[in-house]
Write a protein that binds this ligand. Structure first.
Ligand SMILES: Cc1cc2nc3c(=O)[nH]c(=O)nc-3n(C[C@H](O)[C@H](O)[C@H](O)COP(=O)(O)OP(=O)(O)OC[C@H]3O[C@@H](n4cnc5c(N)ncnc54)[C@H](O)[C@@H]3O)c2cc1C
Ligand SMILES: *[C@@H]1O[C@H](CO)[C@@H](O)[C@H](O)[C@H]1NC(C)=O
Ligand SMILES: *[C@@H]1O[C@H](CO)[C@@H](O)[C@H](O)[C@H]1NC(C)=O
Ligand SMILES: *[C@@H]1O[C@H](CO)[C@@H](O)[C@H](O)[C@H]1NC(C)=O
Ligand SMILES: *[C@@H]1O[C@H](CO)[C@@H](O)[C@H](O)[C@H]1NC(C)=O
Ligand SMILES: *[C@@H]1O[C@H](CO)[C@@H](O)[C@H](O)[C@H]1NC(C)=O
Ligand SMILES: *[C@@H]1O[C@H](CO)[C@@H](O)[C@H](O)[C@H]1NC(C)=O
Length: 676
């Protein structure tokens, strides 16, 4: 039992947090004091992020199951989370400082590129990374999702194909959002196209198009139209995500505010369900596993999670156990899901032992297979730029005044612009060296460029991934380069399918038995495989070539500023890219990936962690291979898919009714007194 002293401490720290929030109306379900926490729930979700809140909403919506979601970030309703355009710059008093909405993690030095460490961007707030992201809201190509099945290897492909692959995940993409098509003016003026068949859901996560595009954006699109071999799919969201695509933003068009998981899966009414508890400002430090007597396959069972407070004093007896009758779902994101699993005794033996964690289920793939979208910036001077252009807001007071007026009137005009289109190009199109590159990739020894402590099963899995990646490199249905169209002369060249693999492993100094404040070691290992540098050099050549095309020359007369014409040979290009490439677009994936155990996989097709009963993973860490898209829409689809899998399991396995499903929430007698 919990000691009274511990409860008192917790009550103080928790009620102080809640007192500064205007969200008291939600108090039926926000857990404010430890005393309100039940000892047991049907389901516990660790992480109220993009996928986690989606799962928790779905598990609780039927009313028959009790659900607790534990989130390390605050329940922060600050104006600047949702405001866009000039509204975001208004003076306001945030509920919590914006610095609290991200983790403070510095990576291992990037020894193959800049030599320096980099910041690891991931959200830390109710809503997770969907509360802090760039709201570019596209989907990957059908092959991007089929590749997770191909990478399961011949012996397991059929098993994974029953639940995954494009055909199985597409309905959950459709379900996960409410789509608002571009209006007729936008279709005409910007030549935007779409197909309603790709959408049709009514979940209040909104996908919409900004009502304004810069003339330069339209002109760049027109320049692409002059190039042979480029595709212009009518709709990208139906699996045809290669070529030049228009995509939505995750913005609610009714007031042009950010649409994110907290609004769509908590403020949507889930916050009024009495069977749903949200515990913000607490960490799920680990999953508590018990041995299952005599079991051969699933040797352990998840009985619950340990939680610890973010603020105030640490509880005297250490983290508190909250039990899960049915399942624990880990949705802590690609950075922290492997950390939670490793702290629980599930992971690579050497890593666990170095951190003093007792090995419960040896699972060498946990924390391996990290991928992200590395990128670098190039810059061209559009010497005959069209007007107005993004610079006009600063240089032309009249234009600025009109823009302000349009925004004030109905949130239209230049201030509403939000990049929502780009070129997603396959390797055979963008490089005439694609065959040679694929050949030299396939000639590699799979172990050669993996971390030296990669387990043989991880190496075997990578060998299968190599075949899968090579297949996609050779295909015109998978993208390898992303180049957004913004109408600006400076832009990011984003590398989609990276062949290097990184790791996220708990630190030897890990403090998971206490508060769990020690962050994991994030090592992207960008360009550890030299093929990546070779491929991305091809991108730069393509970009230069595109700038020289007749249409671009005629409209913009672009002059290369960076890297500059003196960076000419392949060696110079690669050295220049290495000196500045950023390892991340905030799209970390793959650290608890789908796949058979003998191929370094962590979760099976049903998302349950290998070797364990009652434990699944639902977030971007399950992606086996990084898709050719920004990753939030897929996080929602994974959340929807995971909920479906968990609910099917629950239905097939009825447990005896024990308690009424209504969660008792006691009145807090001290509430009026502590509103400092
Ligand atoms: C700066 C930035 C910009 C981005 N821009 C875009 C974009 O424009 N378009 C796009 O599609 N994608 C973008 N992304 C990526 C996208 O937002 C993420 O890939 C996606 O939201 C991840 O979803 P998730 O559910 O896997 O994890 P998250 O949404 O990150 O959720 C994980 C949650 O778990 C919590 N947590 C972690 N550990 C614990 C623990 N031990 N106990 C309790 N809680 C825990 C975290 O605080 C977090 O809230 C961006 C990401 C970042 C960081
Ligand atoms: C990151 O650092 C800032 C500034 O010190 C702090 O306010 C914030 O709480 C930190 N974030 C986390 C997740 O610890
Ligand atoms: C791609 O577009 C075609 C033509 O509209 C459509 O038939 C097909 O279903 C789409 N999706 C995929 C994955 O090919
Ligand atoms: C861009 O080109 C214009 C017109 O030739 C010139 O005036 C300007 O200085 C150039 N800017 C840069 C950064 O090169
Ligand atoms: C804003 O108002 C203008 C003028 O009434 C109208 O033409 C336009 O369609 C409106 N735009 C939006 C996004 O509501
Ligand atoms: C893929 O595209 C390239 C260049 O655009 C073209 O040469 C090639 O024939 C295409 N391959 C297939 C299989 O369609
Ligand atoms: C390949 O493309 C480059 C431009 O990117 C060009 O200079 C070269 O001549 C091409 N090579 C062949 C064999 O077509």
């Amino acid at each position: 039992m919990t000691s009274p002293a511990k409860l008192a401490l917790a009550a103080i720290s928790l009620s102080r947090l809640v007192a500064s929030s205007p969200l008291r109306a939600d108090s039926a379900v926000i857990i404010k004091r430890q005393a309100e926490l039940r000892d047991e729930y049907d389901f516990i979700v660790a992480g109220a992020g993009t996928a986690g809140l989606t799962v928790a909403d779905r598990l609780s919506e039927g009313g028959q199951y009790t659900v607790l979601v534990v989130e390390y970030g605050y329940l922060d309703g600050s104006h600047d989370i949702t405001a866009t355009g000039p509204d975001a710059r208004e003076p306001f008093v945030p509920e919590y400082r914006s610095g609290t909405r991200m983790y403070n993690i510095t990576s291992a030095p990037l020894v193959h590129t800049t030599g320096r460490p980099a910041n690891v961007a991931c959200g830390c707030v109710v809503g997770g990374s969907s509360a802090v992201n760039g709201m570019f809201f596209d989907r990957g190509s059908a092959e991007d999702y089929d590749s997770w099945v191909w990478a399961a290897g011949e012996d397991h492909e059929a098993e994974y194909a029953r639940e995954w692959g494009w055909d199985n995940i597409y309905p959950f993409f459709q379900k996960s959002v409410t789509f608002h098509p571009p209006d007729e003016r936008m279709q005409e003026e910007y030549k935007m196209t779409y197909d309603m068949a790709a959408w049709g859901g009514d979940t209040p996560i909104h996908a919409s198009y900004p009502p304004f595009q810069w003339p330069g954006t339209v002109a760049v699109w027109d320049a692409w139209r002059t190039i042979e071999g480029v595709e212009f799919p009518k709709e990208h969201g139906d699996g045809n995500a290669t070529g030049l695509i228009w995509c939505p933003n995750s913005i609610d068009p009714s007031d042009r505010t950010r649409s994110y998981s907290r609004r769509g899966h908590y403020d949507n009414g889930a916050n009024e369900r009495t069977n749903f508890h949200l515990l913000p400002a607490h960490r799920a430090t680990k999953v508590v596993l018990e041995e299952v007597e005599g079991a051969e396959d699933r040797t352990h069972r998840a009985v619950g999670v340990h939680i610890a407070p973010r603020d105030g004093d640490m509880w005297e007896d250490g983290p508190r156990l909250v039990r899960a009758r049915r399942e624990v779902v880990v949705s802590a994101g690609s950075v922290h899901t492997p950390q939670v699993l490793q702290r629980s005794g599930v992971g690579p033996r050497d890593v666990l032992e170095a951190a003093g964690v007792e090995v419960k289920v040896e699972l060498p793939g946990v924390g391996f297979n990290l991928q992200d979208h590395a990128h670098y910036t190039i810059s061209f001077n559009y010497t005959t730029d069209l007007t107005p252009n993004p610079g006009s807001l600063a240089s032309d007071p009249e234009f600025r005044a009109e823009a302000d007026r349009q925004w004030a009137e109905n949130k239209s005009g230049p201030h509403s612009s939000n990049v929502n289109g780009g070129a997603f190009l396959p390797l055979p199109f963008l490089s005439n060296r694609s065959e040679a590159i694929i050949e030299s990739y396939l000639a590699q020894d799979p172990a050669e460029f993996l971390p030296s402590n990669a387990h043989e099963t991880v190496i075997a899995g990578y060998k299968q991934q190599m075949k899968t990646m090579a297949r996609m490199f050779a295909s015109n249905r998978s993208a390898e380069l992303e180049w957004l169209v913004s109408g600006r002369g400076g832009s990011s060249i984003i590398m989609i399918k990276i062949v290097s693999r990184g790791t996220i492993l708990i630190s030897p100094e890990d403090d998971g038995d206490s508060r769990g404040n020690v962050e994991p070691v994030v090592d992207w290992r960008t360009f550890s495989n030299p093929i990546d540098a070779e491929i991305t050099a091809e991108f730069l050549k393509l970009a230069r070539w595109f700038m020289q095309t007749e249409a671009m020359q005629k409209t913009f007369a672009p002059v290369e500023v960076s890297p500059g014409v003196d960076i000419a040979t392949d060696e110079e290009i690669i050295a220049w890219i290495k000196s500045r490439i950023s390892p991340s677009n905030g799209h970390l994936v793959g650290t608890a990936s789908l796949g058979p155990k003998e191929l370094g996989g962590v979760v099976g097709p049903d998302l349950r962690v290998h070797g364990i009963e009652g434990l699944s993973v639902a977030d971007n860490s399950i992606m086996r291979i990084i898709p050719g898209t920004h990753t939030s829409s897929t996080a929602y689809a994974i959340g929807e898919k995971a909920a479906d899998l968990v609910l099917r399991r629950a239905k097939a396995n009825p447990l005896p009714e024990t308690d009424p499903v209504e969660l008792p929430v006691e009145e807090d007698p001290a509430e009026e007194d502590n509103g400092e």
